[in-house]
Design a protein around this ligand. Structure first.
Ligand SMILES: NC(=O)c1ccc[n+]([C@@H]2O[C@H](COP(=O)([O-])OP(=O)(O)OC[C@H]3O[C@@H](n4cnc5c(N)ncnc54)[C@H](OP(=O)(O)O)[C@@H]3O)[C@@H](O)[C@H]2O)c1
Length: 273
């Protein structure tokens, strides 16, 4: 168990599935108390019950809070509950996200609004609701961005807009809060095996929907969570997850235009979804 994170309290948004759920499991294993946020209360309650069992001499204190990061006030309410039940928050994992896929020629303003309200304003709401604790505790905020915060591909325009913005937020915040002792960790995943590609544009989970990304290219969420917990413990500025993610970010930084040229030549119209 990593001594650095023992007895810290971590608030995680989007803890009901995928990366957020896996991070909750990993941080509980490392001795953290948890404040779990998402809209699906049943999933959060089941996870909280499971993780509240004693482990390795530590019984984590865990609370589940139904919260929509796209709605004003929900995260503040969760933070107030956390203060009563667990105490101040040391670690924030701003992870909740959706992927509104579709060509820019077809997406509506409402589609973009839904995308940005969750992926961008959700991160901003999470930060604003927790920044006093972060300052008091000299804590860490880990923001889950994406490789699409460095490069976009056809049909990922709206999603990439949200993730480029999140990257700018992290880069600026890191400079501003360095002297306050707050760490800002930008997590940049490539393809991770989760439910994200089974959620449709309207936000409905479709179990019948086939993930277009081959499984061999996807990192298991548990492995991603271990890396995220390490990056938090080491107070790293950035951590890119997956080998293909590292390659894509490298190529985009040092050979800008190469990927765009390839994608243009491949004549991907982006009209598939
Ligand atoms: N999987 C990948 O390949 C990949 C790659 C790059 C980046 N990412 C990023 O990783 C993060 C987690 O995604 P995931 O892959 O783990 O997807 P996932 O399995 O679909 O999980 C998404 C989580 O976000 C929550 N969420 C969505 N909208 C919310 C809202 N309005 N309020 C509160 N919670 C909300 C969902 O919970 P409820 O529905 O219960 O609210 C769920 O817990 C996202 O930011 C995503 O952009 C994922």
């Amino acid at each position: 168990m990593n001594a650095d994170l023992r007895n810290k309290t971590a608030l995680i948004t989007g803890a009901s599935s995928g990366i957020g759920e896996a991070v909750a499991r990993e941080l509980a294993r490392r001795g953290c108390n948890l404040v779990l946020l998402a809209r699906r209360r049943d999933r959060l309650d089941a996870l909280a019950r499971e993780l509240s069992r004693p482990h390795d001499g530590h019984t984590p204190r865990i609370i589940a809070c139904e919260a929509d990061v796209a709605r004003d006030g929900d995260i503040e309410r969760a933070v107030a509950q956390a203060h009563e039940a667990v105490g101040p928050i040391d670690i924030v994992v701003a992870n909740a996200g959706i992927s509104v896929i579709g060509p820019l020629m077809k997406l509506s303003l409402e589609d973009h609004r839904r995308q940005l309200e969750t992926n961008l304003f959700g991160v901003l709401r999470t930060f604003i609701a927790t920044r006093d604790d972060l300052q008091k505790q000299r804590g860490c905020i880990a923001v889950v961005g994406s490789v699409n915060g460095y490069l976009t591909v056809p049909s990922a325009g709206s999603y990439a807009i949200s993730k480029y913005a999140v990257r700018a937020f992290c880069d600026c915040l890191r400079m501003e809060v360095h002297s306050l002792g707050i760490a800002v960790t930008h997590i940049i995943p490539g393809f991770i095996h989760t439910e994200i590609r089974q959620i449709d544009r309207e936000g409905v989970y479709r179990s019948e929907r086939k993930d277009p990304i081959p499984t061999w290219l996807q990192m298991p969420a548990r492995e991603a969570a271990e890396e995220i917990a390490d990056a938090i413990a080491l107070r790293e500025a950035e951590r890119v997850l997956t080998r293909h993610g590292k390659l894509a970010v490298f190529v985009q930084q040092f050979l800008p235009g190469l990927l765009e040229g390839i994608l243009r030549r491949a004549k991907i119209s982006g009209s598939q979804r």
